[in-house]
Design a protein around this ligand. Structure first.
Ligand SMILES: NC(=O)C1=CN([C@@H]2O[C@H](COP(=O)(O)OP(=O)(O)OC[C@H]3O[C@@H](n4cnc5c(N)ncnc54)[C@H](OP(=O)(O)O)[C@@H]3O)[C@@H](O)[C@H]2O)C=CC1
Ligand SMILES: CCCCCC(=O)/C=C/[C@@H]1[C@@H](C/C=C\CCCC(=O)O)[C@@H](O)C[C@H]1O
Length: 324
């Protein structure tokens, strides 16, 4: 009999998530029924949305995507040793019934990974998975940048932002990023390929943008929300486009007073801006063929020719997950 270990959220998140928000529980798994398979986690994704996905009554099993290997199967579509991406949560072993997995709220819920060749399969959670798709579809479907335009990215050194910058450069744009340390900014400039990068904690953001984007901003990929975003949006050109991807500056903030923002409507109306929020699942569902292509061919072939680049993250044992 297989005993799974899983993370259970036992205390609500207040501020930064902490180890005592979780406990690890052992779960004895039953034998497989027809059409089920047993998946063993190889890589588990730790993402900002996991702390704000609401509607759960404590205690609940921690959510999240993982790359897993099929180690036992009664489903010919998922034979032993196949690799899958699935939203199984933070757990070591999962009995998966394809129909149940497909009806869970977080699409894309379950699919087999293509052969990644020499590339690490963890990319199925990164550039060849939701991270890459969020960057690619958010930028190209919503910002729709043209060559020569100026694109600003917040959360630029994060998983999504570092890919947005690379894709924008591939599309021929001038790219400016904001990140929270000088080291991250150097990395953006020297390795990721951003044209300009600044530490939003120490720089005068409005002045910096006037210097580095003297002709104004055409596209803004917003990962953070809050005051940084308000300053950027107030400097956009006529018909500028904003892809609102996330609002990480507020995820740990429990004081509603600190979430109040600048009155932006005059800029939005005066400059006739388009500001659109998105969840990557909508864009990948609409462009389902491209999602398949991106994990089958496009992303992998562009990686193997050198762009976009990915930076594998150190992997840790499951006991380290809350610290990540
Ligand atoms: N819409 C969608 O479908 C999806 C949205 N997202 C969103 O994309 C965003 C980025 O996700 P991802 O790249 O995976 O995250 P990462 O965890 O890789 O990076 C997030 C970065 O955000 C920065 N950050 C944290 N707090 C603040 C703050 N107060 N102000 C400005 N920056 C801050 C931090 O960098 P620093 O040190 O530079 O501050 C941090 O490293 C998130 O908002 C996430 O919710 C992600 C996936 C799908
Ligand atoms: C202010 C919320 C911004 C969330 C951005 C984000 O990281 C989205 C990630 C999605 C995630 C949906 C998570 C929260 C959405 C809240 C609304 C809801 O459906 O409850 C998940 O579904 C897949 C990620 O791409």
């Amino acid at each position: 009999m297989v005993v799974a270990k899983k993370y259970v959220v036992v205390a609500p998140f207040v501020g930064d998530p902490k180890p005592n928000n979780f406990t690890i529980v052992e779960e004895e798994l039953r034998t497989l029924e027809q059409n089920e398979f047993l998946a063993e986690a190889l890589y588990i994704s730790v993402d900002p949305y996991q702390r704000i996905k609401l509607g759960h009554t404590i205690p609940y099993d921690m959510i999240g995507g993982q790359i897993a290997r099929v180690i036992e199967s009664k489903n010919p579509e998922y034979p032993v040793s196949a690799l899958v991406m699935g939203h199984f949560g933070w757990r070591t072993h999962t009995i998966v019934h394809e129909d149940n997995a497909k009806s869970c709220g977080q699409k894309p819920y379950l699919y087999r990974l293509p052969d990644f060749g020499d590339l690490p399969v963890s990319l199925g959670l990164g550039v060849c998975g939701r991270v890459g798709n969020t960057a690619y579809f958010g930028l190209t479907d919503i910002c729709k940048p043209s060559p020569g335009e100026t694109v600003v990215v917040s959360g630029a050194a994060g998983a999504v932002g570092s890919h947005v910058g690379q894709i924008a450069k591939i599309l021929g744009c001038r790219v400016i990023g904001f990140a929270g340390t000088d080291d991250k900014c150097q990395w953006l400039l020297n390795e990721v390929g951003y044209d300009h990068a600044a530490n939003y904690k120490t720089v005068n953001i409005a002045e910096y943008l006037k210097q580095q984007a003297p002709s104004g901003i055409d596209c803004y990929f917003d990962n953070v929300g809050g005051e940084l975003s308000s300053i950027i949006i107030s400097q956009m050109n006529e018909f500028g486009r904003v892809a609102v991807c996330g609002a990480i500056s507020g995820y740990n903030e429990t004081d509603p007073e600190k979430r109040k923002g600048t009155f932006l409507q005059p800029y939005i109306v005066g400059k006739q801006l388009k500001i659109e929020g998105f969840l990557v699942n909508r864009l990948t569902n609409v462009r389902g063929n491209q999602l398949k292509m991106s994990i089958d061919k496009n992303k992998l072939s562009t990686i193997s020719t050198g762009e976009p680049t990915y930076w594998p993250t150190d992997t840790k044992k499951i006991s380290f997950l809350p610290k990540v």
